[in-house]
Ligand binder design. Structure first.
Ligand code: EPZ
Length: 427
């Protein structure tokens, strides 16, 4: 296990950070490779722990994974063990994405239910209902989903009662090989879905409605291996921009798609930051500024993302006045609050809304990460807390932030990794 030693910045963060490929885009595309026989290729893949976990899941199924630099090759010609075991699915919920492709291509599979996560239950009922709407038979036994269908999935129409990224991913992938035409209504609009649509189309899938809430899929008999690019990580970008705001510095994130972080940039503007945007970059300048408290609710894309809730909360702790953050996507995603309070933050949580009385002086201390974004938020707070902090359970952050210490160092953040025990190897 690793921990971070984080020092209070001696001066505001300043400089440029190049953003990596999006974890949440790659995970879906890696699962999509199962829809075809052969070697699929993915570029702009970040080096993250979650990619390793998804590779382990695909290897258990029988695939061969290779890759160098930021490319991945997935050879599915050996895929014959149609199962995703609990010990992997419980460590990474996105392993559940193999369900749709396996049942659609092979007519049967057994995938562990993901169980909960740090901030509470994460149901998969919409994944299962959507696959049943396409004609899959779903049986739940001993914590596993057994999905079967006679021959090809018949296909069908499914109206998602709420916007779900993962359920849209699973059902969309299955629909590409179903018979006839399937319609996904109220599909998620997150950019990671567009990235998956582009990848599926490179495999020969026939999909209309990219970027809208209605995806119409004309099923095909078979798909060819895919070849595609990974969009930049909009949450990684937002996190480094929070670094500019919280330290009253100026950070430019490059190799991004600005439309993907529009709602995040609006939050910085509302706080009083100077925001500049180019065709593949964005900059937040908070130098010498008195930032203002804000009230904000997280929403499905294009609203303010729930994954930015914790990093923004850490930022608002540094802004004098009362700010409000409501998480309408996950109403219990506040495990980072107790740790921020230990540093001296004045935050009250009532239901799914946190009231932040900002402007209190934070003191460096030992703090513990509980999930990916919460851990990033604690590092941000530690950068402005007095003295030195130790952030434990950094494995959470390693799931979604490539080369974190070096990127932070480039803009003046002192984050030093220590192993909790000597023989720890890199994940
Ligand atoms: C994806 O999770 C992301 N993960 C999450 O990012 C992100 O927080 C989330 O979307 C919301 O944007 C990946 O892409 C791998 P959902 P997902 O299905 O697909 C409820 C990170 O930090 N729901 O869009 O699991 C659910 O409880 C991670 O990178 C059901 O009720 O999220 C939530 O309230 C954390 N039944 C809402 O829908 C279901 O079957 C949205 O969840 C599925 C979801």
């Amino acid at each position: 296990m690793y921990r971070f030693e984080v020092h209070q910045v001696k001066k505001p963060l300043e400089g440029e950070v190049q953003i990596s490929g999006a974890k949440n885009a790659v995970l879906a595309v890696m699962a999509a490779a199962l829809l075809a026989e052969g070697v699929s290729e993915i570029t702009n893949v970040p080096h993250l722990k979650d990619m390793k976990t998804m590779s382990d899941v695909l290897r258990i199924i029988g695939c061969r994974i290779s890759g160098e630099a930021h490319q991945l090759k997935i050879d599915t010609r050996g895929a014959d063990h149609l199962e995703a075991p609990y010990e992997l699915v419980k460590t990474m919920r996105a392993s559940f994405y193999v369900l749709g492709p396996l049942v659609a291509r092979f007519g049967r599979c057994r995938v562990s239910l993901p169980g909960g996560c740090a901030w509470g239950p994460r149901p998969v009922d919409l994944h299962l209902k959507g696959l049943e709407a396409l004609g899959a038979k779903i049986n739940l036994t001993r914590g596993y989903v057994e999905a079967t269908c006679e021959g090809r999935l018949p296909g069908g129409t499914f109206n998602f009662p709420i916007s779900s990224v993962g359920a849209t991913v699973n059902v969309l992938m299955a629909a590409t090989l179903a018979k006839g035409t399937s319609v996904l209504q109220n599909a998620a609009l997150e950019p990671e879905i567009d990235n998956l649509v582009d990848y599926l189309v490179s495999m020969g899938a026939k999909i209309q409605g990219r970027g809208t809430r209605t995806l119409t899929v004309q099923g095909v008999e078979s798909l060819r291996p895919g070849k595609g690019y990974t969009i930049p990580d909009r949450i990684e970008a937002g996190t480094y921009l929070c670094g500019a705001a919280i330290t009253r510095g100026c950070v430019k994130v490059t190799k991004i798609i600005p439309e993907h972080i529009a709602s995040t940039l609006d939050a910085f503007r509302e706080m009083g930051c100077k925001v500049d945007v180019g065709n593949d970059w964005a900059q937040v300048d908070a130098r010498g500024m008195e930032l203002k408290p804000i009230s904000i609710s997280t929403l499905p894309f294009p609203g303010f993302p729930t994954d930015m809730q914790a990093p923004l909360m850490a930022t608002l702790v540094s802004v004098p006045g009362n700010s409000l953050i409501q998480d309408t996507v996950y109403n219990d995603r506040f495990k980072h609050v107790a740790e921020l309070q230990r540093m001296g933050a004045n935050i009250q949580v009532n239901g799914n809304t946190a009231t932040i009385k900002g402007g209190t002086k934070l003191e460096g201390t030992e703090i513990m990460g509980s999930d990916l974004r919460a851990t990033a938020a604690l590092v941000l707070a530690a950068l402005v807390a007095e003295g030195e902090s130790t952030v434990s359970r950094v494995y959470h952050l390693d799931r979604g932030y490539e080369d974190f210490e070096n990127k932070m160092a480039k803009i003046g953040g002192v984050v030093i990794r220590h192993s909790d025990d000597e023989d720890d190897d890199a994940f």
